[in-house]
Design a protein around this ligand. Structure first.
Ligand code: GLY
Ligand code: MN
Length: 440
């Protein structure tokens, strides 16, 4: 097995190659990437949490180094202009160290504007990728579409280093999911479970790749429920947790659903979604259209609703009439990597263009055909959401649903099960299931 240092060397070679191509496409000589700066809140002198530029952390395992710059010039060692300010108000980024350092020419600067002395002399020859407020002097991000499109399209194909970083993120996430389940079983509040999760992950809320979704009972029906009740409900019937972790800038995204009562019908429904989800994960194979996995998921989930007597029409009819969408109202998943919802999900090619979503499925975030190296989530769900069920009635499909069964399941909110899966030349790698079995 290769060491992280070896994997990283290979990763950088891949990035160098992609960058050469991207710069040629855009007609530039240098890629220049600011790490980003902090944002003040409006009419205030407090910062929003700093978020590193993803184009920067693609190269460097540095997620807390604002004001630094990366310069990549084909044929040369990449340069890191590293800001280590004289500052006694904040923690200053520590001196560069680790497996990545030898691959860069590193210049330490003490003030942000000193970066200018170390950036290429002709800004017109530079593709500068970042947000407007990172500008220093003439180095104003221009984000040329030809360059960005190329890099983002190819970022879908993870290097073995990136897969290893996602495995590490998953290890943390799984550890924290186990701790959260224990807290749920012990009767903790949503806020209490959240704190237990962060503690076990070893990451504060701002370090996580997205806001934890920690939902008890009916709250599980709110897809992005990020309120956290401070007080535990008198009876915690169900628990949906959608929570990730980060490692060196890479994300995991994991959702699990639990019933309080192991013998309940709700637990049986969770088990049915779990079994269907595993089959969907197995569809993450080269040449498979991700849109098809989404449509097949509707059929599978509607089949579960029918088996449990919630709907009384065929899965195909439920899909055609939009009834399945009332219970499964989001996409089957998305790309994942440096960003929890990774970029270029709709990219038709590395030159741009868009692959449309299937009609009637506006929330699907990935429409590409899967190829080896792509990492995606598979996250089917079933929810009991009044607003959407009212639509079913308004649209004339009330007869397709057994409303008494809906009432029986509503107190549990909903179910979602989500794994991160890597497409390969052969069978998919399920990072999440691997993580849970290794932790068992
Ligand atoms: N885990 C949150 C989401 O994928 O939207
Ligand atoms: Mn997700």
């Amino acid at each position: 097995m290769s060491t992280v240092a070896e994997l990283y060397t290979h990763h950088l070679a891949t990035l160098q190659h992609r960058t050469e191509q991207a710069l040629a496409r855009g007609g530039f000589d240098h890629l220049v990437v600011p790490s980003g700066t902090s944002h003040y809140q409006v009419f205030d002198d407090r910062d929003y949490p700093y978020a590193v530029n993803p184009q920067f952390k693609a190269w460097l395992p540095l997620t807390r180094a604002p004001g630094s710059w990366l310069v990549v010039t084909p044929g040369q060692k990449p340069k890191l202009v590293f800001l280590q300010p004289f500052d006694y108000w904040h923690v200053v980024p520590s001196a560069p160290s680790g497996y990545w350092v030898e691959h860069f020419d590193i210049v330490v600067i003490r003030k942000p504007e000193e970066a200018l002395q170390h950036l290429p002399s002709d800004v017109a020859r530079c593709a500068v990728l970042g947000e407007a407020q990172s500008a220093v002097g003439a180095f104003v991000p221009n984000n040329p579409p030809a360059v960005v499109n190329y890099l983002e399209y190819h970022r879908a194909y993870k290097t073995p280093y990136e897969v290893e970083m996602m495995r590490e993120a998953t290890r943390r996430g799984v550890r924290a999911h186990h701790a959260a389940e224990r807290a749920f079983r012990a009767g903790a509040s949503e806020f209490g479970i959240h704190l237990v999760y962060c503690q076990a992950a070893g990451q504060d809320a701002n370090d996580l790749p997205y806001s934890n979704i920690i939902a008890l009972n009916e709250h599980s029906a709110v897809l992005h429920y990020t309120d956290r009740d401070l007080v535990a409900p008198t009876s915690a019937r169900s628990f949906l947790i959608d929570a990730g972790a980060a490692h060196n800038g890479y994300a995991c995204d994991i959702t699990r659903s639990y019933a309080h009562d192991a013998g309940s019908e709700f637990q049986a429904m969770i088990d049915a979604v779990d079994a269907a989800q595993l089959k969907m994960c197995d569809q993450v194979r080269a040449g498979t259209d991700y849109k098809q996995i989404h449509i097949d998921a509707h059929i599978a989930l509607a089949g579960i609703l029918k088996d449990f007597g919630v709907i009384n029409v065929s899965p195909e009819a439920a899909l055609a009439t939009g009834v399945s969408s009332a219970f499964f109202p989001h996409g089957i998943g998305h790309g994942i990597g440096l960003q929890v919802h990774d970029v270029a999900g709709f990219a038709a090619s590395d030159e741009g263009g868009t692959i449309a979503k299937p009609e009637g499925h506006p929330y699907l975030r990935l429409t590409r055909v899967l190829e080896p190296g792509m990492a995606v989530t598979i996250e089917p769900g079933l929810y009991f959401i009044d607003m959407l069920l009212d639509e079913v009635k308004k649209n004339g499909h009330a007869d397709s649903v057994d409303w008494k069964r809906v009432e029986a399941f509503k107190p549990f909110g909903g179910i979602r099960i989500e794994d991160d899966v890597v497409c390969t030349e052969a069978a998919p790698i399920n990072l999440t299931r691997d993580g849970f079995s290794q932790a068992a």
